[in-house]
Design a protein around this ligand. Structure first.
Ligand SMILES: Cc1cc2nc3c(=O)[nH]c(=O)nc-3n(C[C@H](O)[C@H](O)[C@H](O)COP(=O)(O)O)c2cc1C
Length: 214
């Protein structure tokens, strides 16, 4: 069973999707090819992936959807032959805490698998991932262990393990104390501290209320 992993982040091998891919591959014994959508011609890449049994796309959520280059690539994909055993799966990670905001893309991916006549492995979703690249080791340990397990189980069974998926997508929605705590810290402005630091570092703090598309 040959698998190709496609990195769908415009940040390519410098982003969080790449970290997810590396941790997934760490759990696997079988070799997988990896390609970067930001470096490939979408038409050529769509033709190249035809020969693989399985495509796994690892991508970030952008504006409640997917990066434009992923959409462009998808538009070039052709359905597999009838009765083919080819499969497709997705690993979708995003910045905000509640992974439920990935649900629209998840639905789209499940329809896409049908359109492409490929078995749908599912969409692994993970919220709170924006800081992964800069978090200390102890804060990413749980996530990386789950991604290693996901890769290991995929290697053995050619499926995404439902229990690991369930753990990764927590919290799906915020409730109870965590929700109240987040609402409280948001009111205090604590959620903006990090963003303000980035804006200042890039000399863009004075533009923080600009509305270029309004
Ligand atoms: C242009 C842009 C739009 C984004 N939109 C969302 C969003 O709608 N919801 C969300 O949770 N995160 C959003 N994010 C955060 C990314 O999903 C998150 O930082 C992700 O880890 C980036 O992965 P990458 O480094 O592989 O590109 C956005 C980031 C960017 C740059």
């Amino acid at each position: 069973m040959e698998t190709i992993i496609l990195n769908g982040s415009p940040r390519g091998n410098n982003g969080n999707s790449e970290i997810f891919i590396r941790q997934f591959l760490k759990g696997m014994r079988t070799h997988c090819d990896v390609k970067y959508m930001n470096k490939e011609n979408p038409e050529e890449l769509a033709s190249h992936v035809k020969k693989y049994d399985t495509i796994i796309m690892v991508l970030p959520l952008y504006i409640h959807s997917m990066p434009g280059m992923v959409m462009r690539f998808i538009e070039h994909l052709e359905p597999s032959a009838v009765h083919s055993k080819q499969a497709i799966g997705f690993i979708l990670q995003c910045g905000f805490t509640e992974s439920s905001q990935c649900k629209y893309v998840e639905r789209y991916f499940s329809c896409l698998a049908k359109e492409l006549n490929r078995t749908y492995l599912g969409t692994v979703i993970k919220g709170e991932a924006a800081g992964v690249y800069m978090l200390p080791k102890f804060m990413t340990k749980k996530l990386f262990t789950l991604l290693n397990q996901l890769g290991e189980m995929y290697d053995q069974t050619h499926t995404f393990d439902r229990r690991v998926m369930e753990k990764l997508q927590q919290p799906y929605v915020l409730t109870g104390f965590t929700l109240k705590f987040m609402q409280f810290t948001t009111k205090l402005g604590a959620n903006k501290i990090m963003w303000h630091r980035f804006l200042k570092k890039n000399d863009a703090f004075h533009k923080k209320l600009d509305q270029p598309f309004a």
